[in-house]
Design a protein around this ligand. Sequence first.
Ligand code: SF4
Length: 204
Amino acid sequence: MNDYLGKLRKVTDLADLANLVETCRSCDLREGCQQVVFGEGNPKAKLVICGEGPGADEDRLGRPFVGRAGQLLDQILAACGFERSQHVFILNIVKCRPPGNRTPLPEEIQACLPNLRMQTHLLQPRIMILLGNSAAQTILRTDLGISQLRGKWVQKGSIWFMPTYHPAALFHRPQLKQLVWNDFQEVVAKYRTLIDPEHKAPYC
Ligand code: SF4
């Protein structure tokens, strides 16, 4: 573990970090998954989206948000004028799939935090969207639930955080769709203010 953290501290770019995280055995999740899902998108994107952890489809394909929830996320992003490979980088709190898609345990989240911190340090986002309880509570260091956190900007240093519901929640609670859409409209407005005043979005 200490050897791993020593190597982590010496990483200077995202590709090297991805290679290193492939070797991570800092928690037991790696034993039960097929592969590490590091994240993907434009390494220069100033908008980062953070979810909870890989699911079955993500574990199989090695890519984040490619299952049903990922397809819904892509639709929301498209409505906001955001392209996966161009405007965003998508990652998760833990990089290995928890068995049966359970919520990652606090100790697993803690073990993966150095990876997430280095990833965030290298990406240098201006805006981060936090999808669901695990992402919002971990990054904002709070016990409040996502229903209390969502829709309210939190600024820490140069990063603006927008917590909102995880797209997977919208399948069993469709009444949340409007709230999520409101939150993403906030993100588009902030994106225009901080990153690209000319940003075009078809629906906002
Ligand atoms: S979940 Fe994170 S800490 Fe655990 S083995 Fe995978 S990369 Fe390492």
